[in-house]
Design a protein around this ligand. Structure first.
Ligand code: FAD
Length: 544
């Protein structure tokens, strides 16, 4: 199979234009093409008057070698990559060895659990939160009634943080083994739309994610895996050998129960602040790492569609427009858009009482009125939270608490119009943009809950973004805050064997451990760590 990349056709091309373009690109008669499939489809909207669809196509021809030789110097005609996933090990059918335990049923833990189950290791998956349908009710409790359940919310529970999200499934991580393809294939088996396999910027939307998470659970259980919900890991049982080396031997849960566990995947993400404190107290090697802080910004989606697609806005092949922007500010900070949600809404994303955190989500249709995106500013341990490896957590808590107060101490988000923010005055009334955050927005001055350097960098960046995307800095665009959970403030460093540097048997994984940022990369990391666990467990057997 050959792969042609960067094959461009006009937005409204007829269906038959594609096979004709494939044949023309390869200098063949259409009859010489044995078969073809779309491997990926995106668009190039840099020229709004001539938007193009951009394809990667897999093509079968009779004499592949001759064609490859003919296109030897053409970087867009190559052999199609081998993307089929191969397991690194397989347990015997009557496997009765140690059962790996996965802490966290988010995308990282779910893929780790699924892969371990598919290899026959019968994993046990534990999560502090509830089964996804019950968790959904609790999450809506905060959004509709300002009632937070600190153990069951947008951050904690089956499906993990991304369950109530836009479900964007792309990532910039290097993926030479095409593990992302394995993730997407499993998601489709679990009910995701098949287009995610070919869209250049796939997304699922929140409702489907709920059903998919249930389907993955059923698969893991059918393969001999087990779940324990409402089991928060509060402590580790650690054995110290005569030579001083340490190995995890079990888990203590908040309800007083105990589970023997020699191989533990720790996939808890960065909102598990109590768990990170416990790991630090138990001497697990943790480092502080950079992340970002800022706001969510909202514009009508129609403004963004118009700015990105001009007269082609609303074209069914384009969908709701997204954007990605960044600016290097003169104070040394980078301002960038983060987790942009077209046609979605801003959501309350705190997991701790007395704090306000924003994030975004959307449905598959992306049909809601506003576009929203995080607009965040880089921060790093040396400058902004020096000293203790967990100082980034206290930094987050500080600004989230100030946001709670600035929002009126009721879980409403503090908000400000861009015009007022740029002019340095509090907002008192809304204009053309109605913010979507529930349980509500309290108009105020966001400088009460953001560090001065972040305010400065945002004020510099907004007019520049306004020149790139018309109306981006419109005085009525609304910003709410604070956006603090952009990525983990720590890394639980692991060695080449996937295990903690100083605690054998602990496999830190996913976003909380600092090895991923987003659903897809967290799921990919789950596969990698599952492989490390399987290889350790399979020591005595021959690897597949
Ligand atoms: P998580 O998904 O957070 O899973 C961790 C799990 O660990 C949780 O279920 C938690 O209950 C459990 N846990 C924590 N502590 C313990 C403990 N002590 N004991 C037992 N269990 C514990 N990313 C994207 O790529 N695209 C998006 O569109 C997107 N939108 C988002 C929207 C929102 C509102 C939010 C909050 C996040 C969004 N993200 C998005 C980020 C994405 O959700 C995360 O990157 C991803 O979920 C990380 O996966 P994970 O498995 O590492 O952690």
């Amino acid at each position: 199979m050959l792969r042609i990349t960067e094959l461009k056709l006009p937005l409204d091309h007829p269906a038959e234009a594609l096979p004709a373009a494939i044949a023309a690109r390869l200098g063949l008669d259409p009859a010489e093409i044995l078969s073809w499939t779309v491997a990926r489809r995106g668009n190039d909207a840099r020229r709004k008057s001539a938007i193009q669809l951009v394809y990667s196509i897999d093509v079968a021809v009779a004499d592949e070698a001759a064609l490859l030789a003919r296109f030897a110097t053409d970087s867009h005609v190559n052999r199609a990559p081998e993307t089929e996933y191969r397991f690194v090990a397989q347990a015997p059918a009557d496997y009765a060895g140690p059962r790996p335990v996965v802490i966290g049923a988010g995308p990282c833990g779910l893929l780790a659990g699924l892969i371990l189950a598919q290899m026959g290791f019968r994993p046990i998956i534990v999560d502090r939160g509830k089964v996804v349908r019950e968790r959904t009710k609790d999450t809506w409790g905060l959004w509709r009634r300002s009632e937070l359940n600190p153990e069951s919310n947008v951050q904690f529970g089956e499906g993990g943080a991304g369950t109530f999200s836009d479900g964007k499934l792309y990532s910039r991580v290097k993926d030479p083994r095409h593990l992302g393809r394995k993730v997407l294939t499993e998601f489709v088996k679990a009910g995701a739309p098949p287009e995610i396999l070919t869209d250049a910027h796939p997304h699922i939307g929140t409702f489907r994610l709920v059903t998919m998470v249930e389907s993955i659970r059923e698969t893991i259980q059918e393969l001999g895996g087990e779940y324990r919900f409402e089991h928060r890991v509060d402590d580790l049982d650690i054995e110290t050998s005569a030579d001083g080396s340490r190995h995890v031997r079990g888990l203590h849960f908040h309800n007083g129960t105990y589970l023997v566990a020699d191989h533990v995947v720790m996939a808890v993400r960065h909102s598990a602040r109590d768990t990170f404190h416990m790991l630090h107290d138990r001497g697990v090697h943790i480092e502080a790492k950079p992340f970002a802080i800022g706001v969510r910004i909202e514009h009508p989606q129609s403004w963004i569609d118009r700015a990105r697609y001009g007269d082609c806005a609303k074209h069914p092949d384009l969908g709701a427009a997204a954007y990605s922007i960044s600016h290097q500010a003169t104070n040394g900070r980078t301002v960038y858009s983060f987790c942009m949600c077209p046609g979605g809404r801003v959501v309350a994303a705190t997991s701790e009482e007395g704090r306000v955190v924003t994030n975004g989500m959307s449905q598959y249709s992306r049909a809601e009125f506003n576009a929203n995106s995080g607009l965040v500013v880089t921060i790093d341990p040396e400058r902004d939270y020096p000293g203790h490896p967990l100082a980034g957590i206290e930094f987050q808590r500080h600004w989230e608490s100030l946001a709670y107060v600035a929002g009126g101490s009721s879980y409403a988000a503090p908000g400000q119009k861009v015009g007022d923010f740029l002019a340095g005055r509090p907002s008192t009334e809304l204009g053309a943009v109605t913010p979507s955050y529930k349980p509500g927005v309290h108009l105020t001055d966001l400088s009460q809950c953001l560090p001065p350097y972040a305010i400065e960098a945002l004020r510099e960046a907004l007019p520049i973004f306004g020149r790139q995307i018309a109306n981006y800095d419109h005085p009525d665009a609304v910003m709410t805050g604070v956006e603090t959970r952009t990525s983990s403030p720590i890394r639980i460093t692991r060695g080449p064997d996937g295990q903690s540097l100083n605690l054998a048997g602990l496999y830190p994984a996913g976003e909380g451990a600092g090895y991923a940022g987003g659903i897809l990369s967290a799921a990919i990391d789950g596969i990698k760590v599952a492989e490390a666990v399987a290889l350790a467990l399979a020591g005595g057997w021959q690897s597949a």
